[in-house]
Ligand binder design. Sequence first.
Ligand code: HEC
Length: 209
Amino acid sequence: MPRRSHTAVGMRSPTGCAGVPAGLLKETREAAGLAPSLFVALLLLAAGATVAGASEQTGLGSEPTAEELAAAGYTVFPDGKGLPAGRGTVSEGKAVYQQFCAACHGRNAQGEDAAALVGGRGSLTSERPRKTVESYWPYTTTLWDYVRRSMPYESPGSLTNDEIYAVVAHLLNLMGLVAEDAVLDQESLPTIEMPNRDGFVPDDRPDTH
Ligand code: HEC
């Protein structure tokens, strides 16, 4: 492989766009059967295109629909605003937890390869603070939002809303915050207070830039 193709590929485009990994470019170019110089010329052309036209130019990806954008742009606020409909019980959540979470967080959420989710309450001001959801997080709604966005680690977005209510109910039960027969939904979840709710203070130091 001639060295100059690497040099060319590593260049910044005139539009100032950062480069794409050279290995990927090489594979793409080879797959397209293009000579290095022609390929670089095409890349520079493509870099000048608008973002909206990018998928047409490259044949990659697609414009998100309004529904897709709405689904991705969700936020659940501390007071529960943004929580969707759904419900889940502690016992349903135990099953969800054992199937989808226990391998990493431990059978009782005490921590395994991934962080402990329970325990550590009251330790934050001690010499050995243990930051967990139980000891540190101020709102149950944040736990709900976090699980929906990012867990299970290898397949975020795969749980239904009912399963998320259920697994959160199970975790809150392990923390002693809800009873064994609790049912959580968008009304009841925000009413449960986390132990460290009042442990945060506004940072009134001046902004630094
Ligand atoms: C494959 C391993 C894996 C699985 C399965 C998994 N997690 Fe996690 N989880 C992680 C890792 C790793 C982190 C830390 C992520 C980070 O900091 O970016 C994490 C972080 C978290 C946190 C935040 C903890 C903190 O204190 O910051 C919560 C809450 C959580 N997971 C809940 C769950 C729940 C509920 C499930 C099951 C639905 C689950 N996880 C399944 C690996 C996993």
